[in-house]
Design a protein around this ligand. Structure first.
Ligand code: URA
Length: 200
């Protein structure tokens, strides 16, 4: 992990960081994954979304959120007039865990320096954490996502700190569609923040 921390700081652009992550052998997930799924969307976007880990379809495509959860995410974004050109999307681990299991805290920790540098280089105005792993890891909010979602907190790790909003993960919403109303409420918070804060 120390190794990753030192290297990540040297990445001067998202392209450099991606090449660095692709060449990094310190995370065991790389050995079972087909390929890296580093990011999707627009690196210049005001909004960065961070999920959990690539699944089977992301592993095949080499891009985050292209499977069923990703299609729901696209509909969620569309409900507030956004698409992938308006967001940058990543995960707390960039390789698929075997059988889509939850990444272990150790796997997340090994990749964390890269994830933090990815956020720093994207420098979003708004950071959306999708689900508990991203919310706990990036925002330090240890309660369950049902308690932490739907409220803005400050993400301090940037020159100009971002506002951060934990949301329910679209894969969870596919299993618990009753909770979509909560997600749609949170999406309206995001829309309002975009409308109220002029681009800097
Ligand atoms: N779920 C995630 O958290 N990330 C993906 O990229 C796909 C599904």
């Amino acid at each position: 992990a120390e190794n990753a921390r030192l290297r990540a700081r040297e990445a001067g652009s998202l392209a450099e960081l991606e090449a660095m992550v692709a060449a990094f052998d310190g995370c065991a997930l790389k050995r079972t994954a087909k390929q890296l799924a580093f990011a999707d969307g627009n690196p210049e976007a005001d909004i960065m979304l961070v999920g959990e880990a690539p699944g089977a379809e992301e592993d095949r495509a080499g891009r985050p959120f292209v499977g069923r959860a990703g299609q729901l995410l696209d509909r969620m974004l569309a409900s507030i007039g956004l698409d992938r050109s308006r967001v940058y999307i990543a995960n707390v681990v960039p390789w698929r865990p075997p059988g889509n299991r939850t990444p272990t805290p150790q796997e997340v920790a090994i990749c964390l320096p890269f994830t933090l540098r990815q956020i720093e280089l994207c420098a979003p105005r708004f950071l959306v954490t999708l689900g508990a792993p991203a919310t706990q890891t990036l925002l330090g909010l240890k309660e369950g996502i049902k308690r932490t979602r739907g409220r803005w907190v400050e993400y301090p790790g940037l020159v100009r700190p971002a506002r951060a909003l934990p949301m329910l993960h679209p894969a969870y919403l596919l299993r618990q569609p009753i909770d979509k109303r909560l997600a749609w409420r949170d999406l309206r918070l995001l829309r309002r923040a975009l409308d109220e804060e002029p681009p800097r």
